[in-house]
Write a protein of this length. Structure first.
Length: 419
């Protein structure tokens, strides 16, 4: 019998829970535990009548390792799926170690308060040493490798779409199509329209911090950092059409640069419309994207958290969003002495996702891979002691599961390359 503890109950968690409930053979019991237990209860009430998976709920503060450890010890899950926020990665990893449980997440650790002097000293040393200034990186979680190895536990990091599926696509291309991969371009296109002048498709704080930061890419063994949104390209996406896209820093670049031998360049592009960029620039210019607390009418508030209150809840975008996403990777390299180009991508339709699980495609394309990662750990197909990203396992069972659980992919030979 397998039992999964799911932490967080936002947009991504909701999809992951729906998918676990469709897959009762593997997920016989799940517990949804989050800060606001009423959200967990509402999801249970909706899904319990339609599934054989036994659902329970709990309230937990995932910033508190002792509280988490006690919850894990009392529920005794086979694994914990963290779909709360990247801020909670380390406390949840600590609790899994303390309680002896496998750990799975969808995004790498990020500090909530980037003004904390202890965190900043480590961060600034890393910026100098590695040459990129993103607030998130794998070093914090890779540092758990030995402890997970010794405990005989698996930590599977970043099993969303990007990171997650994009790294599985890379492992699949390396296994079946290339002798050497030389370049990887990860393209994340959201052709969806929610009808609001401005809204983010997942947690606004995490999203806006990511896209307002400098871009960077990996080339010839080192990071190259560029000002935010300064590298622009146009690309014709299957199922969506022509879109503007911009180079961003993204976490899977770090893992792929380490794990794909001989790779010369890795870039990540995301599509944005002009209106989104204008809103974001304006919010940034007036200080609304700051994570540093300010005093307002006698109390401390964090501007970006206040902004999150004003923006539409990403979970509410589902019914209004129309159009498709197309996310995938373009590879170049060598096979049997010949140059080769390949594109692997998934197209996902916002309205189809909504009909199936009442969420838009951005939550769907993250929540489905979260369920798949948890399934592969629980069934032992992806289980080995240590801390790993999704490119470090056999990609085949994951690729099969994508086809089966709602994210079918296409392999295109000889695609148009990004200049
Ligand atoms: P949401 O903001 O919708 O949900 C976050 C959930 O975590 C909420 O239920 C929230 O509780 C809960 N939470 C936050 N803090 C705590 C805490 N201290 N204790 C307990 N619960 C807490 O975020 P999303 O669902 O959009 O994103 C979830 C994760 O998925 C994030 O880590 C995000 O970075 C990642 N992600 C990964 C992607 C990928 O492709 N790899 C793409 C998109 C997202 P409450 O309801 O009380 O606010």
């Amino acid at each position: 019998m397998s039992r999964l503890l799911i932490i967080g109950c936002g947009g991504v968690a909701s999809v992951a829970v729906h998918k676990c409930c469709q897959n009762s053979e593997v997920f016989e019991e799940i517990m949804i535990a989050s800060r606001t237990v009423s959200k967990c209860d509402a999801l249970k009430e909706k899904l319990q009548p339609q599934t054989r998976t036994k659902i329970t709920t709990a309230q937990v503060d995932a910033d508190n390792t002792d509280e988490l450890t006690a919850l894990i010890r009392s529920y005794q899950p086979d694994a914990v799926l963290n779909v709360a926020l990247p801020y909670q990665d380390l406390t949840i990893m600590d609790a899994c170690l303390a309680a002896g449980t496998h750990y799975i997440d969808t995004a790498n650790y990020e500090a909530e308060n980037t003004d904390d002097p202890g965190w900043r000293a480590v961060y600034e040393e890393r910026c100098k040493r590695l040459g990129f200034t993103a607030y998130f990186d794998y070093s914090w979680q890779w540092a758990y490798r030995e402890r997970y190895e010794k405990a005989g536990l698996t930590a599977l990091l970043g099993t969303g779409f990007d990171p997650g599926v994009t790294s599985v696509f890379t492992a699949y291309a390396a296994k079946h199509y290339f002798d050497e991969i030389h370049t990887i371009d990860i393209l994340d296109c959201n052709g969806g329209d929610h009808g609001y002048p401005f809204a983010t498709n997942f947690n606004p704080e995490i999203n806006l911090r990511e896209v307002s930061a400098p871009g960077s890419y990996w080339e010839d063994g080192k990071w190259v950092e560029v000002p935010p949104m300064s590298i622009h390209r146009e690309y014709e996406f299957a199922g969506v059409g022509k879109k503007d896209m911009y180079l961003l820093h993204h976490e899977e670049i770090e893992a792929l640069a380490r794990n794909i031998p001989g790779v010369k360049r890795i870039r990540f592009f995301m599509t944005f419309g002009q209106s989104y960029l204008t809103h974001m620039k304006c919010l940034e210019n007036v200080g609304m994207l700051s994570t540093a607390p300010v005093t307002f009418q006698g109390r401390q508030i964090v501007p970006i958290q206040f902004l999150k209150e004003l923006l539409p809840d990403p979970a509410s975008l589902g019914p209004r969003t129309v159009g498709k996403t197309n996310i995938g990777c373009i590879f170049t390299g060598i096979k049997e002495g010949r140059e080769k180009k390949l594109y692997i991508y998934n197209i996902c339709d916002h309205q189809e996702c909504y009909r199936e699980v009442q969420s838009q495609a951005v939550s769907y394309t993250t929540g489905v891979p979260a369920m798949i990662g948890a399934m592969l750990v629980l069934t032992g197909k992806w289980k080995k002691p240590g801390v790993f990203t999704t490119d470090e396992f056999d990609p085949d069972p994951y690729m099969d599961a994508l086809n089966r659980w709602g994210l079918p992919w296409t392999v295109e030979e000889d695609p148009e390359l990004v200049p």
